[in-house]
Design a protein around this ligand. Structure first.
Ligand SMILES: Cc1cc2nc3c(=O)[nH]c(=O)nc-3n(C[C@H](O)[C@H](O)[C@H](O)COP(=O)(O)OP(=O)(O)OC[C@H]3O[C@@H](n4cnc5c(N)ncnc54)[C@H](O)[C@@H]3O)c2cc1C
Length: 411
């Protein structure tokens, strides 16, 4: 049953980590913002906010602080050191945040905790309407905006907005409805994630272990626990999910060794398919794609959300600046506003895509000369501070400091 036409200045499809962050960033500036989220409110298993542990880099922590969300995330564990090595080869790189001039490289949080903090904050924003469960079903574009058909259980609603933001994830419905072509690569791997307790304290060290079988990471958590992200061949997914806890711990111990003593307990395991999905356009007639809808990357190097929230920071800055300059007569969906946004985000997108995809490809190679080159590369990084600073610039989001939120300031 339809209920007439509803209007909003900005319609955000997807209330996951990225969509919710944008709703919060736009709140308090005299705009009407509507967020559509298809999962039911307070669902025990929301799609975006699950058991994963997320490494949030320096820029992301600053953005979340600027948005007022940071203080509401429990158990954020600082990353003070990052240790990277290739399995079965000599040489490793240990980067220490203090030596690089930072208190920490970032923090590790549970996606579930971050999600709860974001949604609570979003619900408190009186100028943002959160429709949930509300699933986008159809789209029609006209000269003045985008008309969205939204299904809400038994009912349906129609919304019209001069700007639609697609924050609906890797399999974006907006992208599908607008027939925006994508470049897609299945890496043939799944990430098995879980949490483990360790005998010795991790002391804030994140461990990244690379190998042609797929990367493996241990992220420091509170209470002497670590988050495990382990990439395995997709064909072995069931085997890894169903094996006994004791077998999983034994395999982990074999892979990681005894630097943290014995692994004593393991939590629930879950798997995620690993794909690179990149649309050929991220701006499309009064529609802008952000977050995973605009770039789904391999979790190696933990860059996905970190990249997506920088879309939020720059889009919010662009929209609010235009609003301040143009007042009530502003139109947030005009190409004159969206194209400069796209041009500003493109280098960051390309850098992170090249970095993650390049690392996956480099470490997939089994040819001995490539292995030797990788070993040499790690040794160079270990000894060349300029190279270390270059890598940290990319992975910590330091290159995007022209945005106030990234610097920890408000808009
Ligand atoms: C194993 C793993 C580990 C990771 N680790 C890290 C890490 O350490 N650091 C990091 O930065 N990133 C990490 N990532 C990446 C990160 O999880 C994603 O980049 C991030 O979740 C993307 O957020 P999003 O809001 O764009 O999309 P999503 O989280 O997918 O949210 C999309 C939302 O849109 C909603 N939606 C979808 N379709 C519709 C519709 N038709 N109508 C209404 N709503 C809709 C969904 O219900 C969902 O809530 C990891 C990813 C994986 C798989």
């Amino acid at each position: 049953m339809g209920t007439g036409m509803n209007t909003s200045d900005i319609l955000i499809c997807g209330g996951g980590m990225v969509g919710a962050s944008l709703g919060i960033a736009l709140s308090g500036h005299g705009l009407s913002v509507t967020v559509l989220e298809q999962s039911p409110p307070r669902s025990p298993n929301p799609p975006s906010y699950d058991d994963r542990t997320l490494a949030l880099n320096w820029a992301t922590c600053n953005i979340l602080k600027s948005l007022g969300v940071w203080a509401h995330i429990p158990q954020a564990s600082p990353i003070r050191r990052v240790h990277t090595r290739e399995e079965g080869r000599f040489g490793s790189v240990l980067l220490d945040a203090r030596e690089q001039g930072f208190d920490s490289f970032g923090h590790v949080v549970f996606a579930r905790d971050l999600g709860q903090a974001l949604l609570r904050w979003l619900e408190a924003c009186t100028d943002v309407t959160l429709l949930q469960p509300a699933s986008l079903q159809g789209l029609h574009q006209d000269e003045s905006g985008v008309r969205a058909e939204v299904s809400m259980g038994e009912n349906s609603q129609t919304w019209h907005a001069p700007l639609l933001v697609a924050a609906d994830g890797t399999h974006s419905q907006v992208r599908r409805l607008l027939q925006i072509p994508v470049e897609e690569e299945d890496y043939g791997q799944v990430a098995i994630i879980s949490n483990v307790s360790t005998e010795k304290p991790h002391e804030g060290t994140a461990w990244e272990c690379l190998s042609p079988q797929g990367p493996f990471a241990l992220l420091p958590l509170s209470d002497q626990r670590c988050g495990v992200v382990w990439s395995v061949p997709a064909a072995e997914k069931q085997h890894w999910l169903e094996m006994e806890d004791a077998d999983f711990l034994a395999r982990l111990q074999q892979r990681f060794g005894y630097r943290l003593g014995r692994f004593t307990r393991v939590g629930r395991r879950a798997s995620y398919p690993l794909k690179r999905v990149v649309p050929l356009e991220t701006v499309w007639h009064r529609t802008v794609l952000i977050g995973n809808a605009a770039h789904a990357v391999h979790p190696l190097s933990a860059q996905g959300f970190n990249l997506g929230i920088r879309d939020v920071a720059v889009l919010a800055e662009t929209l609010l600046q235009a609003r301040r300059e143009q007042g009530e007569s502003w139109d947030p969906g005009l190409p004159s506003l969206l194209q400069p946004y796209r041009a500003r985000r493109l280098p960051d997108h390309q850098r992170i895509l090249r970095w993650t995809d390049g690392m996956v490809r480099l470490y997939r190679q089994t040819l001995p000369p490539v292995g030797l080159a990788r070993q040499l590369g790690l040794n160079l990084i270990a000894h060349l501070p300029a190279l270390q600073r270059g890598i940290l610039g990319i992975t910590m989001g330091l290159l995007e400091q022209d945005n106030p939120l990234v610097r920890g300031e408000t808009l």
